[in-house]
Design a protein around this ligand. Structure first.
Ligand code: HEM
Length: 420
């Protein structure tokens, strides 16, 4: 047995792989599909195999008690199968329609402007783009969308960070520490208490926020119950926070390492959406997802047994040369996205429209406003998460910040982001 088949997942779980996982992901993809002997997980890395599994009725997303994640899961959208999933998704999807999300664009632009104005006002010529830009943006956006007041954002950020571990797969048995588990329990309890109160308030007095949309969502007389509402709100925070921060950070990193691409984006701001698609492909913010086999089936020439967990390496699939030309190269003009950055099939990311919009606004503003930005490579450091992977420190130096290049300050506050 080759070392890829025996130690591949353990190496992937190792923090030493976090900054440059792609050579190992390539090895795993080319050896896949195979069963990791230590964990019993079926590793799936090729683009076509990942898509087959994501769309297959032979696999389940029900990871409750399946032991594939580091922390026990909750029965939210991500962990349900049809018909429960279909029902919940239809109701929650009403709050995430493109036209509902598009109304938030001016607010997202205004938050980006505020963050850049704060950096400029500090007078510094260097900044940590994690703490001062990429993290505060999605947490402010989703908190405002859910109607969480500003003074409560810091505690939400802390809880969301703790709870991000719940998405991580358990690649090496017994990896979990009691401290992580305690933090997750504390965050879950905190969210439940907080949202129970907020939901009661919104039921009495609806506002122009996503929480009121979720409460009002109706399909043939069916509504989201209290427990589903709370679990959906928690999921939205978890699924939409670190992922979007990593999309922005992975984008900044790729652009800073390829000054020709940064120049191109500055000269042609209409490429911002394409740049986001390329980041989702080239350095996927969600590197992998998991499934459980409901029944035995064959994938390529590999037999999958009923009950076996599967690990789909989306980040490896996105660089599969069978699908993408010069797959290891970052090119914002490639125009053949076809990536699995948001997965595929019934669990395709519910927040993709919001993530794409936030990503495009942020990357565009970065390219336009920062004069001579340079990456401080020595500062770069990654969080421990293996799936929702991204930096927790990324410093840049710059000559100036030109706020005059940004769109005029947004006018759409809550009052203008209405229902309908
Ligand atoms: C760049 C940012 C994002 C990335 C890369 C991303 C990625 C993903 C992926 C890969 C899945 C599929 C999980 C699976 O199949 O097991 C997913 C599902 C989901 N995402 Fe995102 N996501 C992002 C942003 C967001 C945002 C902003 C929100 C909402 C505020 C969101 C909400 C969700 C929800 C609710 C699901 C579960 C959908 C379902 O199970 O039907 N995501 N996301």
């Amino acid at each position: 047995m080759t070392t890829t088949l025996t130690t591949g997942l353990a190496r992937l779980a190792d923090q030493a792989s976090r900054a440059h996982p792609y050579p190992l992901l390539e090895e795993l993809r080319e050896a896949s599909p195979f069963t990791d002997p230590a964990s019993g997980i079926v590793v799936v890395g090729r683009r076509a195999d990942c898509e087959t599994v994501l769309r297959s009725p032979r696999v389940s997303s029900n990871r409750l008690g399946a032991g594939i994640t580091k922390v026990p899961q909750q029965p939210n959208l991500m962990n349900l199968d049809a018909p429960d999933h279909t029902r919940l998704r239809r109701l929650a999807g009403k709050a995430f329609k493109p036209r509902v999300i598009e109304r938030w664009r001016p607010r997202v632009q205004a938050i980006v402007r505020e963050l850049l104005a704060d950096i400029a006002a500090s007078g510094a010529d260097s900044v940590d783009m994690v703490s001062d830009f990429a993290y505060p943006l999605p947490v402010r956006v989703i908190c405002e969308m859910l109607g969480v007041p500003r003074e409560d954002h810091p505690v939400f950020e802390k809880w969301a960070h703790s709870i991000a571990f719940t998405i991580d797969p358990q690649l090496v048995p017994g990896e979990l520490t009691t401290e992580v588990e305690r933090n997750v329990d504390e965050a879950r309890a905190g969210f439940v208490g907080y949202f129970s109160r907020l939901i009661e308030e919104r039921k009495r007095e609806p506002r122009a926020d996503i929480l009121s949309e979720l409460i009002a969502a109706e399909e043939e007389g069916d509504h989201l119950g209290e427990r589903d509402l709370i679990l959906t709100c928690v999921l939205l925070l978890v699924a939409g926070h670190e992922t979007t921060a990593n999309l922005i950070l992975n984008g900044l990193l790729a652009l800073l390492r390829r000054p020709d691409q940064l120049r191109l984006l500055r000269e042609r701001p209409e490429l911002a959406e394409a740049a986001v698609e390329e980041v989702l492909r080239y350095d996927a913010p969600t590197q992998m997802v998991t499934r459980i086999a409901r029944e035995p089936f064959t994938l390529g020439d590999h037999e999958v047994a009923a009950g076996q967990p599967l690990l789909l390496l989306l980040a490896a699939a996105n660089r599969d040369p069978r699908q993408h030309h010069e797959a290891d190269s970052f090119d914002i003009t490639r125009g053949d996205p076809g990536h699995l950055g948001f997965a595929a099939g019934p669990h395709f990311c519910l927040g993709s429209v919001l993530a794409r919009m936030e990503g495009a606004v942020a990357l565009d503003a970065f390219a336009q406003a920062f004069v001579e930005p340079r990456l401080d490579e020595a500062s770069l450091h990654y969080r421990p998460h293996v799936s929702v992977r991204g930096p927790d420190r990324l410093r840049i130096t710059f000559q100036d910040i030109r706020l005059d290049t940004l769109p005029a300050a947004g006018t759409a506050g809550e009052s203008e982001v209405g229902h309908g």
